[in-house]
Design a binder for this molecule. Sequence first.
Ligand code: UD1
Length: 418
Amino acid sequence: MDKMLVQGGNSLRGDVAVSGAKNSALILMFASLLAEGKHELTNVPNLMDVRSAKTLLEALNCKVEFSNGRLSIDVSKPEKLVAEYDLVRKMRASILCLGPMLSKYGEASVSLPGGCAIGSRPINLHLEALKAMGAEIEIDKGYVHAKCPRLQGTEILFEFATVGGTENVMMAASLAEGVTTIENAAKEPEIVDLANYLNKMGAKITGAGSSIIRIEGVEKLNATEHRVMPDRIEAGTLAIAGAITSGDIVIRDCEPLHLDALLSKLRDTGVGVHVESQSIAIKGVKEWRAVDITTAPHPAFPTDLQAQFMAFMTLANGTSVISETVFENRFMHVTELIRMNADITPKTRVAVVRGKPGGLVGAPVMATDLRASASLVLAGLAASGETEVNRIYHLDRGYEKLEEKLSKLGAKIKRIKE
Ligand code: UD1
């Protein structure tokens, strides 16, 4: 298993460009199942999760080519409307092929994704919504079997603003009969990217990005082209990398408006943040203030940046209270940060971080999930001595060429292949 060696102490300097968004690309790939013919997605990041989604689409009879960020997907009717366990277990987002297949072909069987390091991650809200649209759903031997000759538009009220649930319903409703409204819909920018793609395919979706989305079902959708939005979590991770190393960097090809919550917290710590239409300049400071954060659905502070921000807070002046309201078990990085000399008390869904400026010390650490891995790399950049981050296959699921990008900014980081 590859690992990463990070030598701490260098301030990052220079420019870095952000890749396309993993969490959008994956969903757009599954959305393509709604229309036979040749789709083309550009700005697609070359990541393990994208390659897993490609394998799943191929198993569903699509011809997929992927090179230089360009992904062409030629969709034809699958022989078996089944997403097998071996493919789904590698990437939880595979459950997002359920809505499109069910809606387009009247039935679908998708393996249940199971839990993951950050919690049990149920899909009950996806299934209840599809049932409300008329689907018969059975769970048998670890698979969800769904059937409905044609889904019917209806009113759906999510008890939690689930991102995946909102996406599954938007896709399913695009080919349903009549109008579907989603209340308490997720407002993440990836939802807007999906709506734009579906509308280019001929769907009739309004309200994406607000808490009420209206989808008027159509008879047929057509294959189309789309450029994937920039990865806001990668951009945010790089911004924190600039701040934690007291660096001076410019993050290009991103959408600063997607990162309001993070940028305003960074400003509160004393870090200089300058925003232009598609770039963010971060001017780090030698000592920064502790601030509290609470993760919640967009536009609040994203759970996918909580671990990275916690690494930053371990070196702040003062005490920071970090509350995680989205996932029940997302503090796996805490014990690893403590091994690097951080002072953190984790409680249920809350961690108290007593900052120690200059206090992190390099150590061997273990990556446990995607964003936790990123936080350990950031901690390593600011620690004294060397940090060895093991199990970095998690990082490869979600960050394109992270070590290359950080090296270009002056970090001393290298991958050891094993
Ligand atoms: C997506 C993102 C992930 C991000 C998360 C929250 C992708 C591929 N992944 O995950 O990176 O961390 O949004 O911003 O886009 N829940 C239920 N029942 C359901 C669905 C969700 O209880 O049917 C709960 C989950 O367990 C979790 C919370 O709702 O506690 C949020 O989940 P959700 O917004 O659905 O996240 P994902 O779509 O899985």
